[in-house]
Design a protein around this ligand. Structure first.
Ligand code: RVK
Ligand code: MG
Ligand code: MG
Length: 299
């Protein structure tokens, strides 16, 4: 299966657009006020956050050296860190430790002894499916890259939910068929329970309300309370406009930028770049050139 330019650009721009367009709605009053002040460029383009930065780091690291090297990637993550991008508190601490010379293996367990179960590994994992066409290789790469900042099994399986879903969407599997694959693979009970809820909603054609989504799936910064939400929102809106999906995510509130980045990348992968909103966001040319680099790399 060879990837089309539409799929590659759709995957990357779907993520960046979800992130940049969702960021003004993330968190509570204070976060929104702060983002109002720092969330756009001088030219008025929406800025993206840590979700897109870490995704670009991941792709640029692989393109630069021609393969995945965890130490190279850890250094890249650490040197790209800027507080203005709105990183998760634990990840910010880990990246500062790595920049100061600590190994990523010990840094990843320095903040939370069992590792972080935040969604920071999942938000950057979809693009790995562009690089690794073989499912087993994708699982290994997702697990390795997650571990640099997120050693907890919930964060790793959250990342796998997103990278594997992208993999199956590239293979044109339908959402119900993808859920069957995910349910067979995932081991964490709280994730399986949420996948079952999504399966029920999708197979009965029931469109859940924001209140039901928040109550049964979540809208938080942890992998378990955001990755299944992103899957449901994307899978239930694959044949609706991107803006309609984004509007539902905004109504749900909480970790809007990240849920929109993860749902956006799935939507963009399935529908392609040309179907995405024609909104110009920060560093558009850089995103285009990274997508072009991926295209050359995988050919
Ligand atoms: C601000 C207890 C834990 C935990 C553990 C909780 C950006 C903490 C992006 C922590 C994303 C939060 C998001 C996020 C990405 C995680 N015990 N609590 N073992 N593990 N938490 O800090 O990169 O927005 O409350 O690792 O996963 O847009 O602050 O960061 O929304 O989850 O941050 O986990 O966050 P972190 P991250
Ligand atoms: Mg963010
Ligand atoms: Mg977020």
């Amino acid at each position: 299966m060879s990837l089309s330019r539409e799929q590659i650009q759709g995957c990357l721009f779907g993520l960046a657009l979800g992130d940049a367009l969702g960021a003004p709605y993330e968190g509570g009053m204070l976060e929104r006020l702060l983002w109002k002040m720092i969330g756009s460029t001088k030219e008025g383009y929406a800025k993206w956050t840590d979700d897109t930065q870490m995704t670009l780091d991941l792709l640029e690291s692989i393109l630069e050296i021609g393969h995945l090297d965890e130490q190279h990637l850890a250094n890249k993550f650490a040197h790209s860190y800027r507080w203005r991008r709105g990183y998760g508190a634990g990840t910010a601490k880990i990246l500062k430790r790595i920049k100061a010379g600590e190994s990523f293996q010990t840094a990843a367990k320095a903040v939370y002894p069992n590792g972080s179960y935040g969604n920071g590994a999942a938000m950057r994992s979809s693009v790995l499916a562009l690089i690794y066409k073989d499912k087993q290789a994708l699982i290994e790469a997702t697990t390795k890259t997650a571990h640099i900042t997120h050693a907890h099994p919930l964060a790793v399986e959250g990342a796998l939910l997103i990278s594997l879903s992208t993999h199956f969407l590239l293979k044109q599997l339908s959402p119900p068929a993808i859920l069957v694959e995910l349910i067979a693979y995932i081991k964490q009970p709280s994730l399986i329970q949420r996948l079952d809820v999504i399966n029920d909603w999708l197979t009965t054609g029931y469109l859940a309300t924001p209140k039901e989504i928040i109550g049964l799936l979540g809208h938080g910064m942890t992998a378990e309370s955001s990755c299944p939400t992103a899957l449901y929102v994307a899978f239930s809106h694959l044949h609706q406009p991107f803006e309609q999906m984004l509007s539902l995510i905004i109504q749900c509130g909480g970790d809007v930028d990240t849920i929109a980045a993860m749902a956006g990348t799935l939507w963009g992968t399935a529908n392609g770049y040309k179907q995405l909103p024609k909104t110009i966001i920060e560093d558009y040319q850089r995103l285009l050139s990274v997508a072009e680099g991926v295209e050359k790399f995988v050919r």
